[in-house]
Design a protein around this ligand. Structure first.
Ligand code: PMV
Length: 328
C-alpha cells in the first residue's frame, strides 16, 4: 500500500470574529504561506489496527489507542475510522508537521485535522467529499475550543475565501480585485476558548449591548463582502478600523494588539484590526504593494514576533494526495 500526503493552508479572519459565534456573518481567507502537512505510511511488519501518530512539533509520538478521548487529533482520527466503518486499519504511521503558528488565530488545529483526515482517507482508499472533511474537522475544533463557529474548518477545507454564516451552506467568495494584507503576530498565545468565554460571559451580563455590537459587526462584514466581490478593496480599510473599534468594545483587544494596529496605520496601512479570538494572536492590516514594506517594518519595530504578507485572491484548488513515487 503506497504512502499518501496531504496539506492544508492556514487561515485568517478578515471580518466578523466573535459575532460569528452568535449567528452573524464572518469572512475568512486561506493563508498559503503557512501549511500543515500529513503523511501516512504503511508499517508493513506492524500489527493490523495499530495506528502510530507522530507530531514532532508538539513532541507527540504515540499509538492512537493510548491517546485520550479528548485529544482533538485522536478524536478526529477515531471519528474518521468510525465513519468509514474501519475498525482495524492496516498498521500505519500518520506524521504531521506544521508551519502554522499555534494559538495565534491562524487555524493550526483545524489545518492539522483536515490534513490528517485527507491523508488517512486517501491512504485507506476512501477519499471523502469536502463537506464530510469539514464536518469531521469540526469535531476536533469542538475539543480545541468549546463552541467554535465552524469557520476555521470550513475555510481550511475549501482553501478559498469564504463568507461564513453558522449553520448555512458554504459560500465561497469571488475576489474581483486581489489585495494584500500584512499579518502581524503579537507573539502572545491566547486560546480561543478563553476569549470566546470572555465574550460569552460579558454577553450574558449585558445581552442587549452585545447584540448591538454583534449586529454592527455583521453590517460591516456584509459591506466588506460587497467591496471584495465588486472589486473595491480600498474600502476595506475603514471597515477594518470600524470592526476593530467594536472588538475593543467587546473587550478582546489588548495593549499589544492596539500597539501593532496603530503602528500599521501610522506606517500607511489603509486600515487594521485584530484577527481571530484576540487578547493575543494576530492582527491584520490592509496594505498596497507600495506601503507593504514600510508597514512590515513598522510592525516589526513595534514588537511583532513575525509578519506575513499575503495576497487575497481567487485561488486555484490547492490540495494534494501524492503517491510516494510522485514525491521523489
Ligand atoms: O481565528 P481563531 O481560531 O482564533 O478563531 C476565533 C474566531 C472566533 O469567532 C472568536 C471563534 C469562532 O469559533 O468563530
Amino acid at each position: 500500500m503506497p504512502a499518501f500526503t496531504a496539506s492544508a493552508p492556514g487561515k485568517i479572519i478578515l471580518f466578523g470574529e466573535h459575532a460569528v459565534v452568535y449567528g452573524h456573518p464572518a469572512i475568512a481567507v486561506p493563508v498559503m504561506q503557512v501549511k500543515a502537512r500529513a503523511s501516512v505510511t504503511p508499517n508493513l511488519s506492524g500489527t493490523p489496527g495499530r495506528v502510530r501518530v507522530q507530531a514532532p512539533d508538539i513532541g507527540l509520538d504515540s499509538d492512537l489507542e493510548d491517546l485520550p478521548a479528548d485529544n482533538p487529533l485522536a478524536a478526529v482520527i477515531r471519528a474518521l475510522l468510525a465513519e468509514l466503518r474501519i475498525s482495524r486499519p492496516p498498521a500505519l504511521t500518520l506524521r504531521i508537521t506544521s508551519t502554522i503558528p499555534m494559538a495565534a488565530g491562524m487555524g493550526s488545529g483545524a489545518a492539522v485535522s483536515v490534513t490528517a483526515i485527507r491523508a488517512l482517507a486517501a491512504f485507506l482508499g476512501r477519499p471523502l467529499p469536502d463537506e464530510r472533511v469539514a464536518s469531521l474537522a469540526y469535531l476536533g475544533e469542538k475539543l480545541y475550543h468549546g463552541t467554535p463557529s465552524g469557520i476555521d474548518n470550513t475555510v481550511i477545507t475549501y482553501s478559498k475565501p469564504v463568507y461564513y454564516l453558522r449553520g448555512e451552506p458554504i459560500r465561497t467568495m469571488h475576489v474581483r480585485t486581489p489585495f494584500t494584507i500584512a499579518i502581524g503576530d503579537t507573539g502572545v498565545a491566547c486560546s480561543t476558548a478563553v476569549t470566546v468565554g470572555v465574550v460569552r460571559r460579558a454577553r450574558e451580563a449585558n445581552p442587549a449591548d452585545y447584540e448591538k455590537l454583534f449586529t454592527a459587526v455583521g453590517e460591516i462584514t456584509k459591506a466588506a463582502r460587497s467591496a471584495i466581490e465588486s472589486g473595491q478593496p480600498g474600502s476595506l480599510g475603514p471597515l477594518m478600523d470600524q470592526n476593530q473599534a467594536l472588538l475593543q468594545e467587546m473587550g478582546v483587544s489588548s495593549m499589544k494588539l492596539d500597539r501593532l494596529v496603530m503602528a500599521a496605520r501610522e506606517a500607511g496601512a489603509q486600515g487594521a484590526k485584530l484577527s481571530g479570538g484576540g487578547r493575543g494572536g494576530n492582527m491584520i492590516a490592509l496594505v498596497t504593494p507600495e506601503t507593504a514594506p514600510q508597514v512590515k517594518r513598522a510592525l516589526e519595530e513595534a514588537g511583532a514576533a513575525g509578519v506575513i504578507l499575503t495576497e487575497v485572491r481567487d485561488l486555484p484548488e490547492e490540495r494534494s494526495f501524492l503517491h510516494d513515487k510522485d514525491m521523489r
